[in-house]
Design a protein around this ligand. Structure first.
Ligand code: MN
Length: 421
């Protein structure tokens, strides 16, 4: 089940199972401070948490046409989040790392992003992540970015807490990546120098794996230790930890105040719950609340099928046909099994049709997984004679011996003869 579904998509989620205490409940002093800046007079501060836009990333299996649309969709995610900020009266947006895929992204990508940000009704605070780390060659110090960056965009180049213009009572502090590798838990590293908040609220931005969500990566030096972060939350060294690195919406730990927003537009087959941003509300005297907002509509689907018959191929075709919004579906098929030539030829027709409809149809390369069984039946149906028949038999023999090229050639010959539709 997706995190959004488990949260009841669109519903506010209070940190109901959070332990009672200052980590999740704003103390009175904070409430007083918040009442002034709040435009609605309800003592609530709202903001949007996003991360991992990975602008400029191109998966190797995307053809040009699909990539152009996909790249645009990810720039458009900035505009969508701008719109969501306005719709939900969010005061600002934080992006917790990997806004750009790398420090070497094309200047055009940086320019497109700056144009999208320039239309934002609220400030955006960006954290350099592992892909767009802050060093001498950072995208954030590039001529394109520095000359085109709109005033509403602020980059956390170091861990000095910053205030947000026009949003009093809120402090943002980040743990930016300064190189491709972090040698320590960036949250613990920064938190030790952070005094507990006396008034207002503090939002912490960090990027990297946590010990709870990536235990398999326990040797990584950059691992963020969640229990220590929760202790800092309880001491009010910060009120919300906005994480990036996981591309899937994920609640982390027990506090209800530590989240990965996931990528606003899906980036890979591995991500179970992408395509969201998080609306976060720190409300007077109430538990912190988060609400997943829908942003992206590109979906990566991986499907494994065992094919043994014509019926199996037809069922696969029906499934491919049933996918809605095909121009924004990236499908990877893992096919295995044994098919006679006629079924294999039908499969090729099914796949050709799907490749036309879908953004991407990727056939995972698994040599030998799908075997073609040449039989005599097909040969008879084709009514071959003479040279053609001799060629067919030669190919069939090679195909029986496992020659994949011969299997492809037989399938193609069968289709061309009009038997595979
Ligand atoms: Mn990332």
């Amino acid at each position: 089940m997706s995190a959004a579904a488990s949260l009841g998509n669109g519903a506010w989620t209070a940190s109901a199972d959070a332990p009672a205490g200052p980590a999740s409940v704003a103390p009175a002093s904070v409430v007083e401070n918040l009442e002034q800046p709040n435009r609605r007079g309800m003592g609530t501060i709202r903001f949007i948490h996003t991360s991992d836009l990975q602008l400029g990333a191109r998966p190797y299996y995307f053809p040009d046409e699909a990539y152009a649309r996909y790249a645009q969709a990810r720039i458009d995610a900035i505009s969508r989040i701008n719109g969501l900020a306005a719709d939900h009266e969010a005061a600002f947006v934080v992006a917790a790392g990997d806004v750009f895929e790398s420090n070497q992204v094309e200047p055009r990508t940086v320019s497109r992003a700056c144009t999208a940000w320039s239309a934002s009704p609220v400030p955006w605070i960006l954290l350099p992540g592992n892909h767009d780390h802050m060093d001498a060659a950072s995208v954030f110090t590039s001529a394109t970015f520095t000359s085109q960056r709109p005033d509403c965009v602020q980059v956390l180049a170091d861990s000095t807490p910053v205030s947000i213009p026009g949003v009093p009572g809120v402090e943002v502090v980040g743990a930016p990546w300064s190189s491709k590798q972090m040698l320590h838990d960036s949250v613990a590293w920064v938190v030790k120098d952070l005094a507990p908040m006396q008034g207002g609220v503090r939002v912490f931005l960090a990027h990297g794996p946590t010990d709870l969500t990536a235990p398999q990566a326990s040797g990584k030096t950059e691992m963020i230790h969640v229990r220590a972060a929760e202790a800092a939350l309880a001491e009010r060294r910060f009120d919300y930890l906005a994480l990036g690195d996981r591309h899937s919406l994920t609640r982390v730990g027990n506090s209800g105040a530590v989240w990965y927003s996931g990528s606003p537009v899906s980036t890979d087959f591995r991500d179970p719950d992408p395509n969201h941003a998080l609306l976060v509300a720190l409300a007077s005297g109430e538990p912190l609340q988060v609400k997943p907002l829908s942003v992206g509509d590109w979906v990566f689907l991986e499907e494994a099928r065992e094919l043994q018959s014509d019926e199996d191929v037809l069922r696969l075709g029906d499934w491919l046909d049933s996918l809605d919004d095909a121009p924004r579906r990236i499908v990877r098929l893992r096919l295995r099994g044994e098919l006679h030539i006629s079924a294999r030829a039908r499969l090729d027709t099914v796949l050709a049709r799907a490749a036309q409809r879908l953004a991407v149809l990727d056939l995972a390369d698994q040599p030998g997984a799908l075997v073609v069984l040449p039989g005599n039946l097909e040969q008879q149906e084709l009514g071959l004679s003479g040279y053609a028949r001799a060629t067919w038999e030669e190919l069939a023999e090679a195909a029986r011996a496992g020659d994949a090229e011969a299997q492809d050639a037989l399938s193609l010959a069968f289709r061309l003869a009009g038997q595979g539709g």
